[in-house]
Design a protein around this ligand. Structure first.
Ligand code: GLA
Length: 398
């Protein structure tokens, strides 16, 4: 007897993950600049500014609308609707605008009943929403962990959306934002994820006190240094220490909702350390500052070609903290042709930091990633580092 039952075809991704995200994704996301007040005009301006400022040409590719783009109620068919006030032309038109500028378009939803700001989300409607995203021209989905989970565990909830995205006729980068609560680096790739958030939200501060919201840059450095996740990180799947706060201050994003006495903007040195550390970690680089008012110093950090080359190195290794004593920490990231070394001064006074070269050679070549200065060298690496700043040296054996 022949059966009329056809087994479901296993979903096939259009492009293999190792090609789709061969290096950590780079782009801009609305949350750290605009929080829940984001509008279509903000996103269009960000896309224009990505082109005008040179961010696009430096490699930043995705323009992602975070939480709060949806109408308060889904459509009668369960589909998500764009907020008619703030995104009046809808998401397909916005995606077109972004694509027309040579960029890719991203959206946000959550693996729960609601988003973190209480808007409708995708649990139980994954297929429908994935098809909607594909129809609209979405290239990147940030998938958060808020709302009612209806008793379902994280792996199951994230796998359902992973399967739904794999079944649509479009490449969509799947950024799992589970905050690192259930070791998403262990199962993230298996459920189709391309990035796995491993931390709570990064805030625009060097350190956040216990009673304050989120994690400061140095707090995230400490967390990343204690997680043993380098083997999960590489082409096709990237550990994500959250989006960039470089260039942000007390009036950016969620910081504007905090009491004034806990607002501490990042200084120039802290901005440099933040960016250097994310590049040494091989992190996804999602710029989070208001590009209408970004200043040249911040842009110079975000487009530093030597640091971007370290982040985007094809080997795809995650840097690790190899030393931490007192105010000094040393990070190393293996590269295709050598090693990047970060010398971080977490203290309040300028400090000379010395480190053994990480390559097994009599002589080596160094590139100071901030100044661009190159040297032939031997012996110890040495840099005088300002308070809360980070020197980054690319070391290549002769
Ligand atoms: C969570 C996420 C953030 C951001 C907000 C939006 O806090 O971790 O990155 O997406 O939700 O509400």
């Amino acid at each position: 007897m022949t059966s009329t039952f056809a087994p479901p075809t296993p979903p096939v991704r259009m492009t293999d993950a190792t090609d789709l995200v061969a290096t950590p994704p780079m782009g801009w996301n609305s949350w750290n600049a605009y929080s829940c007040a984001v509008t279509a005009a903000d996103v269009r301006d960000a896309a224009d500014a990505m082109v005008e400022t040179g961010l696009r040409d430096a490699g930043y590719e995705y323009v992602v609308v975070d939480d709060c783009w949806m109408a308060e109620e889904p459509g009668p068919d369960g589909r998500l609707r764009a907020d008619p006030e703030t995104f009046p032309e809808g998401m397909a038109a916005l995606a077109d605008y972004v694509h027309d500028r040579g960029l890719r378009f991203g959206l946000y939803s959550s693996a729960g009943s609601h988003t973190c700001q209480g808007y409708p989300a995708s649990l139980g409607r994954e297929r429908l929403h994935a098809e909607q995203f594909a129809d609209w021209g979405v290239d990147f989905l940030k998938y958060d962990n808020c709302g009612d989970h209806r008793g379902r565990g994280p792996r199951d909830r994230y796998a359902t959306m992973g399967e739904a995205l794999a079944a649509v006729d479009r490449d969509i980068v799947y950024s799992i934002c589970e905050w690192g609560q259930s070791d998403p680096w262990v199962w993230g790739r298996e459920v189709g994820g391309h990035c796995f958030r491993v931390t709570d939200d990064a805030v625009a501060k060097w350190r956040a006190e216990d009673e304050e919201f989120g994690l400061g840059i140095a707090d995230i450095a400490d967390r990343m240094a204690t997680l043993d996740i380098t083997s999960a990180h590489g082409p096709g799947g990237w550990a994500d220490p959250d989006m960039l706060q470089v260039g942000n201050g007390p009036d950016s994003g969620q910081s504007q909702h905090e009491p004034t006495d806990v607002r501490r903007p990042l200084t120039a040195a802290e901005n440099r350390s933040h960016f250097a550390l994310w590049c040494l970690l091989g992190a996804p680089l999602m710029v989070g500052t208001d590009l209408r008012s970004v200043d040249d110093d911040v842009l110079a950090i975000l487009t530093n070609e030597h640091l971007l080359a370290i982040d985007q190195d094809p080997l795809g290794a995650q840097g690790t903290r190899v030393r931490c004593d007192g105010d000094v920490s040393v990070w190393q990231k293996p590269l295709t042709d050598g090693v990047a070394v970060g010398l971080c001064n977490r203290g309040e006074a300028p400090t000379e930091i010395r480190a053994r070269p990480p390559v097994d050679a009599d002589g080596y070549h160094t590139l100071d990633c901030w100044s661009g200065e190159e040297r032939a060298s031997s012996g110890e690496l040495c840099a005088t580092v300002s308070p809360r700043d980070t020197a980054v040296v690319r070391v290549t054996p002769h």
